[in-house]
Design a binder for this molecule. Structure first.
Ligand code: ADP
Ligand code: MG
Length: 450
């Protein structure tokens, strides 16, 4: 397979993953190229500095998308075109064995025990996870890890998978999630790919370690629940390791049957909590190290500020750190980040828009232009992801820049009620806080409103 094909498949995966917004994909990812690929490294080239930063921020996502195509982990380097040309490296089309194209086990390669920071908030779950990885099926079966979103459950689950793959290469691991499981069951019943329900069950029965994320999605899905219950019993009886995660304690998952919950008690349930200050600091430092950021870039009191204020959810810690790194490279003449610079980076850097010149119609037009939609679609009942997304953003912009009441905005967008508009605006606001790239996309749209 040639580089172009590999990259085109990878781009399709990134585009359709739902991980990044369409506008972000179109603006920053679409005109990137895979220039070189060796056993361990992929070289990706982009036209602008901003794209380089953004792709670097999404390196993990790019590595995992490439992994889906290549079935092996390769690190990625991102270069500007002229930087790359200076390297004068020989560029060769690479042929990849087509057998490798299917990613079969689902384990995400970049979540490992090595880059998981252990502290009092996650000590138990880390230790239990490592025990399961070290000696699968022998200690706790099932292991059930529960806790709020963003506290490292998915990370730990994949760390088990990566550890087992490295240290027990003969053992078969599968990482899946409650929602994937439900979809697979659904697709198998409708006889869509991949294969019938019997093939699907046989595949699961065959594993030595089943890693199932977000089991709460099975709640209320009777068919999937039933199938899972029987598979679960078979696996445990055959001493195969099962590790499950959920956003709450098993007894609090409404819609899971008692008989399944009671089976969970045969193993061990451990919770993950929000990291304390020291752990948050260590996570920030680890993330800087992972992104090859100079440890001197950010002042100690700035890291302390982030660790003190945003440690409820590790994603938020990461989001704030990323924002600083981004800000130091793009907006600050002095690259070093002291407290004052950090506060500037965190305060909303809104684009100055003249309210007198702005109208709901203009916002609608700019948003539909960006998303390649029609105004009709924007105010329609459609819940298609990119249409709904564009609608949320347009409503948010009306609220932010025109300061219209929610019900008035609702009228403008297909007679939606007050609470729908409010929740759309909250959604966008929340994502702006957590996701620097999304925020940038909003800024791009706002620039067109001037
Ligand atoms: P959950 O599945 O609990 O919602 P994730 O495992 O997806 O959370 O974690 C969210 C982000 O936070 C990931 O990028 C993950 O690497 C990071 N993270 C969470 N806890 C830790 C930790 N203890 N050390 C390093 N990174 C962590
Ligand atoms: Mg998760």
């Amino acid at each position: 397979m040639y580089l172009e094909d590999i990259w085109s498949k990878t781009k399709d995966i990134m585009k359709n993953s739902g991980h990044i917004d369409k506008i972000v994909y179109d603006t920053y990812f679409n005109d990137s190229f895979l220039k070189d690929l060796s056993e361990e490294k992929a070289v990706i080239v982009v036209p602008t500095h901003l794209q380089k930063i953004i792709l670097q921020k999404e390196l993990g996502f790019i590595v995992s998308s490439l992994y889906e195509v290549l079935s092996k982990k390769v690190d990625c380097d991102i270069y500007l075109e002229n930087e790359y040309n200076h390297r004068q490296k020989r560029v060769n089309p690479v042929l990849i064995n087509d057998e490798n194209l299917e990613c079969t086990d689902g384990v995400l390669p970049f979540y490992t025990f090595d880059n998981f920071v252990v502290g009092p908030s996650n000590k138990e779950s880390h230790s239990a996870a490592l025990a399961c990885a070290y000696n699968p099926g022998k200690f706790y079966n099932p292991l059930f890890i529960f806790g709020n979103s963003g506290l490292g459950k998915t990370h730990l689950l994949n760390a088990i998978g990566n550890y087992v793959k490295k240290n027990h290469p003969d053992k078969k691991v599968i990482y899946t999630s409650g929602s994937d499981f439900v979809q697979r069951v659904f697709a198998s019943f409708r006889n869509e790919s991949p294969g019938s329900i019997e093939d699907f069950k046989a595949e699961i029965r065959n594993v030595d370690i089943l890693l199932m994320d977000d089991i709460q999605f099975l709640a209320g899905k009777n068919k999937s629940h039933e199938i899972f219950f029987h598979l679960f019993n078979e696996l445990v009886n055959n001493r195969r390791q099962i590790v499950l995660t959920s956003d709450r304690h098993p007894t609090e998952i409404n819609g899971l049957e008692e008989r399944l919950i009671s089976r969970f008690y045969s193993g061990l349930s451990v919770g993950v909590d929000s990291p304390e200050f020291e752990t948050s600091l260590a996570i920030l430092r680890k993330k800087m190290e992972n992104h090859s950021v100079d440890p001197e870039l950010i002042d100690e009191d700035v890291l302390s500020y982030i660790a003190t204020n945003f440690s409820k959810d590790v994603r938020q810690l990461e989001g704030h750190l990323n924002r600083l790194i981004f800000y130091s490279i793009n907006f600050s003449s002095n690259q070093h980040i002291d407290f004052k610079t950090a506060m500037n980076a965190f305060k909303d850097q809104g684009v100055n828009i003249d309210k007198n010149e702005l109208s709901v119609n203009k916002i609608k037009r700019v948003v539909v232009d960006y998303y390649g939609l029609t105004k009709q679609q924007l105010i329609s009942k459609s819940r298609t992801k990119n249409i709904a997304n564009a609608r949320h953003i347009a409503m948010y912009l009306c609220r932010k820049h025109l300061d219209l009441p929610f019900n008035k905005i609702g009228e403008e967008f297909g007679k939606r009620d007050h609470s729908t508009v409010m929740s759309s605006c909250e959604k966008v606001e929340k994502q702006c806080q957590m996701d620097e790239i999304f925020l940038l996309a909003i800024r791009e749209i706002e620039k067109s409103l001037i």
